[in-house]
Ligand binder design. Structure first.
Ligand code: RIB
Length: 284
């Protein structure tokens, strides 16, 4: 018997080299703190979300732009190892994107991103037909986001990091996902589907400002919160691609996001669908 086709996902977004330093506390403005040895890990909100979708079992393509350099090839290889199709990854003369990340003892983080080649991504030659979900974030140009919203009706947009987005673009999205800070800086009340993540307090799904679903994550031992939001978005997008209802989709996504905090690195603990389902069964 032929196995059922896996849902198809395209992730349009960044691929970064993450340079991660653990320290006792995050530096305040003007302060220098001593940290541990620096660790180089694959990252970028786009690549993290693509890696998470592939691990959750979706047929995943990455649409991104890296430098024509060693780090760009390394990032591509790390996604391919997880089964992500990288044939739509473009090359630029600029350096591959880099994120400078500090993580404190409680797993909280601060991130500065130098976008580099990510800013050169273009969609002119990219066919967006045939995907059950297109997932994007804001580490690429505003033009790319506007074009995506015009060209696909299956756009799940994670408005991270927060930047101005045209109202017409937001209203064309199938779902907008924001954290509490991002939600404050954008007018999201008029949207048909908007999900706001609240860290350890879980997430809420709003429709035209009314709550339609709410979910809290399981308690886990937190090592590093970097990438937890990305896994949340990927898990939510995976359920969107399967036409799941908002309540179940939200429970699935908060559980996947929590499991992603249990190891160092944005792609250090990506859960499978079976692992998420096991935690959900345990909780019910
Ligand atoms: O969301 C975490 C990601 O943000 C990191 O991997 C870093 O590259 C930045 O894009």
């Amino acid at each position: 018997m032929t196995p059922p086709a896996r849902p198809r996902a395209a992730v349009v977004g960044s691929m970064n080299t993450d340079l991660v330093v653990r320290c006792v506390h995050l530096p305040r403005p003007g302060e220098t703190v001593l940290g541990e040895d620096v660790v180089r890990l694959p990252g970028g909100k786009g690549a993290n979300q693509a890696a998470a979708l592939a691990r959750l079992g979706l047929d995943t393509s990455m649409v991104a732009c890296v430098g024509d350099d060693e780090l760009g090839r390394w990032l591509g290889g790390s996604l391919e190892a997880l089964g992500v199709d990288t044939s739509l990854v473009q090359r630029s003369v600029r350096l591959t994107g880099t994120a400078f990340i500090t993580v404190d003892e409680a797993g909280e983080n601060e991130i500065v991103v130098a976008p580099g080649a990510n800013a050169d991504l273009r969609l002119d030659a990219v066919d967006l037909e045939g995907f059950d979900v297109v997932l994007a974030q804001m580490e690429v140009s505003a033009e790319v986001i506007d074009e995506l919203a015009r060209r696909t009706s299956s756009l799940v947009l994670n408005v991270a990091p927060a930047r101005a987005v045209a109202a017409a673009t937001l209203s064309r999205c199938a779902v907008v996902i924001a954290n509490e800070l991002e939600a404050k800086s954008l007018a999201l009340d008029g949207l048909a589907h908007c999900v706001v993540t609240r860290g350890a307090r879980g997430a809420v799904h709003y429709s035209f400002g009314d709550v339609v679903a709410e979910a809290a994550p399981p308690v886990v031992e937190v090592v590093d919160t970097v990438g937890a939001g990305d896994v949340f978005c990927a898990a939510y997008a995976a359920r969107f691609a399967l036409n799941d209802d908002p309540v179940r989709a939200l429970r699935f996504a908060v559980t996947a996001g929590a499991l992603a905090t249990t190891a160092l690195g944005a792609q250090g603990s990506l859960p499978t669908t079976k692992e998420v389902d096991t935690w959900l069964e345990r909780a019910s």
